[in-house]
Design a protein around this ligand. Structure first.
Ligand SMILES: [Zn+2]
Length: 432
């Protein structure tokens, strides 16, 4: 786990949604504890009156930084680490079609093995074990772990960390009070889709930015609107790390971290351009797409809607979505470093991703995944196709041990990445 300063780990409103991809501390958050902090041998009781006063005082600081007033007090509760873990374990909702779609897409893109998608329970439980606190828009209650609650009034790093956690979660409460429909969404909806990624990046970016400013003020400084803002956010994004558990598929980790990193950067730029009003406007705009969020200087200019291809004969459409620029970053991030992936993905202007399944009686139906990505120029599309080539080569060379039925020598899928005009096109065809 990351050591210094505030971090916010992430859980999910619907823990089920965690698995494949997006999650946020909107329902499960903040960073794991180290063993010493977890030591409960001498456990002083938590004084709720003192705690309430601390939370209210932090609420006033959040209002001052964020320029928004709480419409009502945020109720809080303290749960033991065990109770939080149980909460997440028991909170699983039945898997929806949209979430099964997330799994299929993540497997189709080579991010996950078929088997990984069965790890939902283990992953949810691990996140529950590591939660420091979370805000759940379903009951509008801020939950703190007992460990955080005991540290809250302390001087020193543990106290500072606990207060930063509360600040972060209070921002989510503030968002919920002012932008409820943006915060409280159907947890059974898809996570691997542009509008969901944009939503999380905005919510987590906002909360992260406020927390960074709060930390600067603890040192008697200011960050927002100063020359220090960009470097500070960049340093934070570089160090940000959600989970260190090495047995968790890398894609889970990358997809968990992205809304915080990309979100803090994007919301920082929004703030530079128009203060908190620009951030509020973005929160109010539910149709906001990733290209406009990540590049506020160009807004919607040049963004297009890409028509999904028509399903071929003897196939049925399983899903059709726009995956977005952030999903493109995640794919490219498998083969190039993160910064390069961000640069390359900035050519994104819209996309259509479809998944079709053969309708015959075959025991293993053919699955066809197509991703058509509109780019700002043929050169942009070519750069994406070129960057993704090692990925395709790897599949051909190493087979597909990540796919059920696939092995180190055999790949049950054909993968093609190419440029067609101003579009990059990914085609994965598996089965038979
Ligand atoms: Zn958060």
């Amino acid at each position: 786990m990351r050591a210094a300063s505030h971090w916010v780990l992430v859980g999910c409103a619907a823990v089920a949604a965690c698995t494949t991809t997006r999650a946020s501390d909107l329902v499960l958050p903040d960073r794991p504890q180290n063993a010493a902090q977890r030591d409960t041998a001498s456990r002083p009781a938590v004084d709720n009156a003192v705690l309430g006063a601390s939370v209210r005082a932090l609420g006033r600081e959040v209002e001052a930084i964020r320029g928004l007033r709480f419409q009502r007090e945020v109720p809080f509760r303290v749960l033991s680490v065990e109770a939080i873990a149980a909460h997440f374990r028991n909170d699983r909702v039945e898997e929806s079609d949209a979430q099964r779609g997330d799994d299929l897409l993540a497997v189709g893109l080579g991010h996950l093995r078929d088997e990984d998608t069965e790890d939902r329970d283990a992953f949810a439980q691990m996140m529950g074990n590591e939660a420091q606190g979370f805000y759940d828009p379903r009951d509008a209650i801020l939950t703190l772990s007992e460990v955080e609650a005991r540290s809250l009034a302390r001087a020193g790093p543990a106290g500072m960390e606990a207060r930063a956690t509360v600040v972060h979660e209070l921002v989510h409460a503030l968002q919920d009070q002012h932008f409820h429909s943006r915060v409280a969404v159907d947890e059974r909806g898809p996570a691997m889709i542009d509008r969901a990624t944009v939503r999380l990046a905005l919510l987590e970016g906002d909360a992260t930015l406020v927390t960074l400013e709060w930390q600067a003020r603890q040192r008697g400084a200011r960050m927002l609107g100063t020359a220090e803002q960009r470097p500070r956010i960049a340093r934070w994004a570089e160090r940000a790390q959600v989970l260190t558990e090495s047995n968790v598929p890398k894609y889970f980790i990358d997809a968990l971290e992205l809304p915080y990193e990309a979100g803090a950067t994007a919301v920082g730029v929004l703030y530079e351009r128009g203060g908190w009003q620009a951030v509020n406007d973005a929160l109010a705009r539910e149709e906001l797409r990733s290209g406009a969020l990540l590049h506020p200087e160009r807004g919607d200019d040049g963004l297009v809607r890409v028509d999904p291809p028509t399903p071929r004969p003897s196939t049925e459409r399983v899903l059709s979505r726009e995956l977005g620029e952030l999903e493109l970053r995640l794919l490219l991030g498998v083969v190039v470093r993160k910064e390069r992936a961000s640069e390359l993905a900035a050519t994104w202007r819209g996309d259509a991703a479809t998944l079709d399944r053969s309708t015959g009686a075959a025991t293993r139906p053919t699955l066809v995944f197509q991703w058509r990505i509109a780019c700002d120029s043929p050169a942009g599309a070519e750069a994406i196709a070129l960057a993704a080539r090692p990925l395709v080569e790897r599949w051909r060379r190493e087979g597909c041990p990540r796919m059920r039925g696939g092995s180190a020598n055999q790949c049950l899928a054909d993968v093609t990445v190419e440029r067609v005009g101003e579009r990059a096109s990914v085609l994965v065809r598996r089965g038979e």
